[in-house]
Design a protein around this ligand. Structure first.
Ligand code: NAI
Ligand code: MG
Length: 352
C-alpha cells in the first residue's frame, strides 16, 4: 500500500501531518509512505510547482494524500509556474476523471449551516462529478459577425465512454451505500444530457439494487437546499457538478470538515488509484499558527482507505472517531471552537 504524501503550502503540511498520524495509528500492515514537494514550496526548491520527481512518485503510488497549494508570495509568477498548477497537472497526468465530494452535516453542527437546522440535519450526500470533459474542455473561441457583433462560444459534449465510466463510479458508490442514485442533467434542452441519460439508464442494468432517479439541474439546485434528504449519491457532469458541489459544501457551513477524492481509471491491487484532499485551500491567513482544522484531511484519508485500498471498515472507524470527537465538543476555530490542529488530531486518534 504505497501512499504519496504531498503536503504543499500554508496549512497543507499542518493538516496532512495529523492525517498521516491517524493512518499510522491504524497500524495497517504493508503501508509505505513517501513524501514529495508540490505547489509553492516545490517551486522554491525545484523551480516548478509539480517537479518530475513528484509526478513520478505520484505515478508509482496507489494513492495520493494531498494537503493544499497556494502561496501569496508566488502571485507574481507566470501562470504555468503558480502553485495551483500542481493540482491541475496531477489531474491531467494521472487521468483523474471522477471527483467525489461528500457533503454532510454532523450531528450537533446544524447551527453552522445556513439552512434551517431541521433541514440541515438531513443533509448527507455524495456528489460524483465528471472532471475531465464537458463544456470546460470543448472547442471554444471568439468571433465577430458580419454586423460587427462580438461573440464568445463554448461547446459542450460528452461521448458515451466518458459517461459510462463516471456512471460506474457513482453506481458502485450507491450500491455500497444508501442505494439511491440521482443523475442530474438538463435533458429537456441539451442533446449532451439526452445521451448522458441514455448511457446512465444502460449502466443501471448492472446495478439492480440501486434506485435510479433523474433530475434537471435547476430543480436539483432547489432540492439541495430545500429537501436535501431526497439525495444519496448524485451523479453529474463537470459544469453542473462544479456548481452543485460548491452549493452543497456551502450548505454544510464548515470548510474544515469537507473531504474529497479524485479517482483515476487505473485499478491498484486493492482498489482504484486516486488523489485525496480537503476541499479547502492553503489558508495563508492562519498558516503556521496551529489553528487549522485537520478533520477534512483526516476524512480524506478515510476516503482513501475506502476507495483505493478496499478498507471500508477502517474508513468507517476514522469517520466514527471524527463524529465522536465533534459530538464531544472538539471543535476547531472554523466551527466556533478553540481546539488547535494538534489537539484535534490527538482527540480523533484517542477515539480511534
Ligand atoms: P482557503 O480555503 O484557503 O481559505 C478560506 C478561509 O477558510 C480562510 O479564512 C481560511 O483561514 C479558512 N480555512 C480554510 N481551511 C481551514 C481549516 N482547515 N481550518 C480552519 N479554517 C480554514 O481559500 P482561499 O483563502 O480562497 O485561498 C487560499 C489559497 O489556497 C489560494 O492560493 C488558493 O488558490 C488556494 N486554494 C487551493 C486549493 C487546493 O489546493 N486544492 C483549493 C482552494 C484554494
Ligand atoms: Mg468550484
Amino acid at each position: 500500500m504505497k501512499i504519496a504524501i504531498l503536503p504543499g503550502d500554508g496549512i497543507g503540511p499542518e493538516v496532512t501531518r495529523e492525517a498521516v498520524a491517524v493512518l499510522e495509528c491504524l497500524a495497517l500492515p504493508g503501508l509505505t509512505l513517501f513524501e514529495g514537494d508540490v505547489g509553492g514550496i516545490a517551486y522554491k526548491r525545484h523551480g516548478h510547482p509539480l517537479p518530475d520527481e513528484t509526478l513520478d512518485m505520484a505515478r508509482a503510488a496507489d494513492a495520493i494524500l494531498f494537503g493544499a497549494v497556494g502561496d501569496p508570495t508566488c502571485d507574481a509568477l507566470e501562470r504555468h509556474l503558480r502553485p495551483e498548477q500542481a493540482i491541475l497537472g496531477l489531474r491531467k497526468h494521472l487521468g483523474l476523471f471522477a471527483n467525489l465530494r461528500p457533503a454532510r452535516v454532523f450531528a450537533g453542527l446544524e447551527h453552522l449551516s445556513p439552512l434551517r437546522a431541521d433541514i440541515a440535519a438531513s443533509l448527507d450526500m455524495l456528489i460524483v462529478r465528471e472532471l475531465t470533459g464537458d463544456v470546460y474542455f470543448g472547442a471554444k473561441g471568439r468571433r465577430v459577425s458580419e454586423t460587427g457583433e462580438h461573440e464568445g462560444w463554448d461547446s459542450m459534449s460528452y461521448c458515451d465512454s466518458e459517461v459510462r465510466r463516471i456512471a460506474h463510479v457513482a453506481f458502485r458508490a450507491a450500491a455500497a451505500g444508501g442505494h439511491l442514485l440521482t443523475s442530474v442533467d438538463k435533458a429537456n434542452v441539451l442533446e449532451t444530457s439526452q445521451l448522458w441519460r441514455d448511457v446512465v439508464i444502460e449502466v443501471a442494468a448492472d446495478y439492480p439494487a440501486v434506485e435510479l432517479d433523474h433530475m434537471y439541474v435547476d430543480n436539483a439546485a432547489m432540492q439541495v437546499v430545500s429537501h436535501p434528504d431526497r439525495f444519496g449519491v448524485v451523479l453529474t457532469g463537470n459544469l453542473f457538478g462544479d456548481i452543485l458541489s460548491d452549493l452543497a459544501s456551502a450548505a454544510v457551513g464548515s470548510i474544515g470538515l469537507l473531504p474529497s477524492a479524485s479517482l483515476g481509471e487505473r485499478e491498484t491491487a486493492f482498489g482504484t488509484f486516486g488523489l485525496y484532499e480537503p476541499i479547502h485551500g492553503s489558508a495563508p491567513d492562519i498558516a503556521g499558527q496551529g489553528k487549522a482544522n485537520p478533520m477534512a484531511t483526516i476524512l480524506s484519508a478515510a476516503m482513501m482507505l475506502r476507495h483505493s485500498f478496499g478498507r471500508d471498515a477502517e474508513a468507517g472507524r476514522i469517520e466514527n472517531a471524527v463524529s465522536a470527537a465533534l459530538a464531544d465538543g472538539v471543535l476547531g476555530g472554523d466551527l466556533g471552537g478553540s481546539h488547535g490542529t494538534a489537539a484535534i488530531g490527538e482527540a480523533v486518534r484517542a477515539r480511534l
